[in-house]
Design a protein around this ligand. Structure first.
Ligand SMILES: NC(=O)c1ccc[n+]([C@@H]2O[C@H](COP(=O)([O-])OP(=O)(O)OC[C@H]3O[C@@H](n4cnc5c(N)ncnc54)[C@H](OP(=O)(O)O)[C@@H]3O)[C@@H](O)[C@H]2O)c1
Length: 261
């Protein structure tokens, strides 16, 4: 039997490109959305578009690294409106433009804490509630970068790879209590984050296209949503090569920091 479509949806990172597009993809009369981000102006703009489309919207400006604050907000919202679908999308990237640069401990800490711990901080409180109810759907936005370390963004790749692993690990635990998990692995999507990526961005798509793709996968309760397929295939082929060859190919394709090879 096909699972019912969600009515109450939480989206973190809703002030960003993919999160805002996802929020809009769910906005409709009868829908109740909770949108989280930090930049209140962009968050309110996303909320206004969703309200215009007929959704009831609550907005929360909050840092996902603040685990107790996030838990308090999520639990209060879930008590009011039991969450059907949680989309943990918030994330940051740190990039190196050329090989003379090196990631600082502060930058690494920010990326790992936001992308890995911030996502876990988001999922744990709601998954606990969903487990008690015996229903619900959790989605986490990782990245195709989870599957191939790139010298342009070492901490980012590590954070998304760790998230991939955490998702794999909790899937059976969620599944045993009737909860679906969808892991999302986008390629390049137009956003402030990808605008700052200092190299080529093959098969770049708009956030609205990404959101449509993700929503289709979520509606079908897919375990994984990976796109674009051609880039996913490329990464698989790259990983079949010896690492020095793969590194050289990445540099040749302008997917490595400048100043090498
Ligand atoms: N764009 C791509 O090519 C691409 C590819 C693969 C995966 N992804 C993933 O997709 C997700 C969304 O990225 P995007 O492309 O839409 O980038 P974006 O436009 O920069 O949006 C990032 C979002 O994350 C929020 N965020 C960042 N740090 C946060 C923190 N500490 N606490 C709370 N919210 C925080 C931002 O909030 P504020 O701006 O309000 O601070 C913003 O809403 C990320 O997880 C990213 O890693 C993106």
């Amino acid at each position: 039997m096909r699972a019912a479509l969600p009515r109450v949806v939480v989206v973190t990172g809703a002030s960003g490109a993919i999160g805002a597009a996802l929020a809009e993809a769910y906005a409709a009369p009868g829908m109740c959305l909770a949108l989280q981000g930090r930049d209140t102006e962009r968050l309110e703009a996303a909320a206004a578009r969703c309200r215009f489309l007929g959704a009831e919207v609550q907005v929360f400006a909050m840092d996902v690294r603040d685990a107790p604050g996030l838990r308090a907000w999520l639990e209060a919202f879930d008590t009011q409106h039991p969450v059907d679908l949680l989309i943990a999308d918030a994330g940051v990237a740190n990039v190196l433009e050329d090989v003379s640069q090196w990631e600082t401990p502060l930058a690494v800490d920010n990326v790992i804490t936001t992308n890995l711990m911030g996502t876990i901080n988001t999922v744990l409180p709601i998954a606990e509630r969903m487990r008690a109810r015996g229903r619900g759907h959790v989605a986490m936005v990782s990245s195709l970068a989870a599957f191939r370390g790139m010298a342009i963004s070492p901490a980012y790749c590590a954070s998304k790879s760790a998230l991939h692993s955490w998702g794999q690990a909790i899937r059976p635990l969620l599944g045993a209590t009737g909860i679906s998990l969808t892991m999302i692995y986008p390629g390049f999507v137009k956003s402030n984050m990808s605008d700052a990526f200092p190299a080529s961005k093959p098969f770049l798509i708009e956030a609205s296209q990404a959101a449509r793709h993700i929503r289709r996968g979520l509606d079908a309760r897919k375990a994984t949503v990976i796109f674009p397929a051609v880039l996913w295939l490329g990464i698989k082929l790259l990983n079949a090569l010896p690492d020095p060859w793969a590194d050289a190919l990445m540099a040749f394709l302008n997917l490595a920091p400048k100043g090498r090879n």
